[in-house]
Design a protein around this ligand. Structure first.
Ligand code: SF4
Length: 194
């Protein structure tokens, strides 16, 4: 399928680069978010909805392999993803906003995974957690899908084998930033596998 010309994420207001250059201070978006409470009555409905959506991302209860153990840990007292509004892992994809693909995806599992994604209501987002889900990792063989973005559009890739819980939380934080900045979900931007 032909992929349309896409804009850079920065064109949508994303400024994640400053995470690596903190001496540059808060970005425009962060300044705006800091003023959100007092400006809420003056903001647009779209921006208020994006703020609400980004602050309550509920992940689907879905784990595939070793990475899933790290994923489960984010709800523990030590990491406490509830601080960011994402502690409510849902048992039904119809009640979930986020699919965290945590582990290698076998070709046999690809169809059920896609079915779960299709059952999620829009807007919905996908995090590819770990080397295996992003690229097949060390499993360059006939049994493993060489990147879950071949079957679902991925919003955030979290590197590592396995990524630590902090890395997954960082990925969720970056996803929140994208949502609050008005960046459309990957299925709208990429127009592939959607
Ligand atoms: S990335 Fe590493 S920890 Fe995660 S599923 Fe693959 S082998 Fe396991």
């Amino acid at each position: 399928m032909a992929v349309e010309e896409r804009g850079r994420l920065a064109d949508y207001g994303l400024s994640s680069e400053r995470v690596l250059m903190q001496q540059k201070g808060p970005g425009v978006f962060e300044q705006e978010l800091g003023d959100l409470e007092e400006r809420l009555m003056l903001t647009t409905v779209e921006r208020a909805i994006a703020w609400a959506q980004g602050s309550s991302i509920w992940p689907d209860t879905f784990g595939l392999a070793c990475c899933a153990i790290e994923m489960m840990t984010i709800v523990s007292a030590r990491y406490d993803i509830a601080r960011f509004g994402s502690e409510v892992f849902r048992a039904s994809p119809r009640q979930a906003d986020l699919l965290i693909v945590s582990g290698r995806v076998s070709h046999k599992m690809a169809k059920p995974l896609r079915q779960i994604y299709d059952q999620m209501l829009e807007p919905k987002w996908v995090i590819a957690m770990g080397a295996c889900s992003s690229s097949g990792g060390m499993f360059n063989n006939y049994a493993i899908l060489q990147g879950v973005d071949r079957i679902v559009p991925v919003d955030v890739h979290v590197p590592g084998c396995p990524p630590r819980p902090e890395a997954l939380i960082e990925g969720i934080n970056r996803l929140q930033e994208k949502i609050k900045a008005g960046v459309p979900p990957a299925y709208e931007i990429r127009k592939v596998a959607s």
